[in-house]
Ligand binder design. Structure first.
Ligand SMILES: Nc1ncnc2c1ncn2[C@@H]1O[C@H](COP(=O)(O)OP(=O)(O)O)[C@@H](O)[C@H]1O
Ligand SMILES: [Mg+2]
Length: 247
């Protein structure tokens, strides 16, 4: 579905991505873990065409997109839905209008079709009867769900999450993680989740990648990762296992 080949990204003298190679399979949930500042968000931004790589290729469903113009990128951005860390809803628009906004921009759907899509998207994130509320009337956890609904309403084939649970309380975190799993399976999307939540990665990922300083240092299924001999991976794991042992 997605392939990065020898991807290099520099800022000045600083090489952030050092020739990264990665294939993402159709339908899989892939977690990308790593310490902060290691290039995870930069990788997603390159995929979305929000940044251009200095070398290497990005293939999405058989198309090499890294040299695409802004205009050529529009259908790619529709294919790949990015869920931001912050809900980033329009405060002055209702929940309905927030979700309808993207549909109106990307399609020529009738009002009736838009209505249907909004209701369906809200249903998928387990929300109903809140179409006429404003974001400020919702809890933070609900705002995150609405933001997810806004992304899935466009029916993307790929869902990208950049730290979807950072800064959330444990209950909301587990609800959002559950949703990521449910949505990926129900909508049959390919999902890439940038996270530092090893527990969640072990629970719901098909494969996990660990990045350090712009390179992939480990890749495997949760079971394979648990047996990793890479010290940073072992550190990540022991943090989770020790915390669970204390509880
Ligand atoms: N637009 C930019 N200009 C300059 N440096 C950047 C830019 N975006 C990211 N960086 C640098 O690239 C590195 C990786 O950033 P990022 O991908 O955001 O890390 P993370 O793995 O925490 O998501 C960091 O050192 C960051 O400072
Ligand atoms: Mg980041």
């Amino acid at each position: 579905m997605i392939q990065f080949k020898g991807l290099v990204k520099k800022f000045g003298d600083r090489i952030v991505l050092k020739g990264l190679n990665l294939s993402v399979q159709k339908g899989e949930i892939l977690f990308i873990l790593g310490t902060s500042g290691t290039g995870k968000s930069v990788l997603l931004k390159n995929l979305m065409g929000l940044m251009k790589p200095d070398a290497g290729q990005i293939w999405i469903e058989g198309e090499e997109v890294s040299s695409f113009s802004e205009e050529q990128y529009l259908p790619i951005r529709r294919k790949c839905g990015l869920v931001f860390q912050q809900p980033a809803l329009f405060d002055s628009l209702t929940v309905f209008e927030n979700i309808a906004f993207g549909i109106r921009r990307h399609t020529k759907d009738s009002e009736q079709e838009i209505q249907k899509k909004v209701t369906k998207a809200l249903g998928l994130v387990h929300l109903k009867n809140i179409e006429n509320k404003f974001p400020s009337q919702l809890s933070y956890g609900m705002q995150k769900r609405v933001s997810l609904a806004r992304t899935i309403a466009l029916e993307p084939k790929v869902l990208l999450f950049d730290e979807p649970t950072t800064g959330l309380d444990p209950v909301t975190t587990s609800a959002i993680n559950q949703l990521i799993l449910e949505l990926s399976r129900n909508l049959k999307t390919t999902s890439i989740v940038v996270s530092h939540d090893m527990r969640c990665a072990l629970d719901i990922a098909d494969r996990i990648i660990v990045m350090d300083q712009g390179s992939i240092i480990e890749i495997g299924t949760p079971e394979e990762l648990k047996k990793s001999q890479v010290s940073l991976v072992k550190d990540f794991l022991s943090e989770v296992l020790e915390k669970e042992a204390r509880q």
